[in-house]
Design a protein. Sequence first.
Length: 63
Amino acid sequence: MDAFWTAAAWSLLPTVVVLGLFVFVLRSILRMDRTERRVYARIEAEERAKRRPASAAGTDTTA
């Protein structure tokens, strides 16, 4: 009976290892995407903030 459980464990081990690697890679991809979106949003907000005073100064010439 002990040989049965050893064989069962060895047969399931590759599946568990591949599943662990898959979860690790997928989690890393999602984390990188989240970080990239956050950085992109920050850069976009900075660019919008730079443009606001310039556009406000440009519309002030109608007086």
